[in-house]
Design a protein around this ligand. Sequence first.
Ligand code: SAM
Length: 243
Amino acid sequence: MKIKILTLFPNMFNEFIGESIIKRAKDKGIVEFEIIDFRLWSNDKHHHVDDTPCSGGAGMVLRPDILIPAIKDNSCSNTYKILMTPQGRLYKQNIAEELSKKDEIMIICGHYEGFDERIRDYVDDEISIGDYVLTGGELASMVLSDSIIRLLNDAIKKESHEDDSFQNGLLEYPQYTRPIEYDGKVVPSVLLNGNHKDIRRWRLKESLRKTLKRRPDLLTNRKYTKEELELLDEIKEEEDGEK
Ligand SMILES: C[S@@+](CC[C@H](N)C(=O)[O-])C[C@H]1O[C@@H](n2cnc3c(N)ncnc32)[C@H](O)[C@@H]1O
């Protein structure tokens, strides 16, 4: 996959691309990055990319005569162009999965007050990473890239993300590592007995329990399996017993 990022702050991406799983994915050729400084599309002496809002108001607005040519010059017919904006559709794991199937994406990072409205006509998608406002789209573009890259074949072990939260509509089950006992707290014995059937069932049950407790909204439209319904009954009985 190719990820092109249009930004005014290309240096912000050095560490992101140069460390850990993202670096390994890049080195293995799983992902290719192109970080494009769209200030280069400004022809004036001071390389201005923004101007004051028409009819007044605070802040500066990114100019269409800079960004639209930058978008056009750097995209081809298969480039999926995404504007980072708090006004976009809310980013979720299913969108990461959808984007991970594209050959090439372009992520456009705003700054200042944001974009001239006309720029929206030149993109395929608008995405927000949450209901809050960042100073620029760079961190948001890293969130998108990171969550997409870990889904690409061979970026990480497939099993590592198969059980991740949201992947099957549930939060992930509790995870433990050594030491088996710490500060009086012990790893559940089912995880130590080597019985894969028991472990799988325990994990599913604890995933359901966690999701019920922390994110019941995720369960609203869930089509439960027979086993999940049994486990939900068990959870309910256990919780009634604790009252
Ligand atoms: C200060 S914000 C502009 C916000 C804009 N005035 C508004 O109210 O919609 C500057 C840039 O940061 C990025 N940004 C800020 N919050 C974001 C969010 N929640 N998700 C994605 N991008 C965001 C966008 O690229 C945006 O153009």
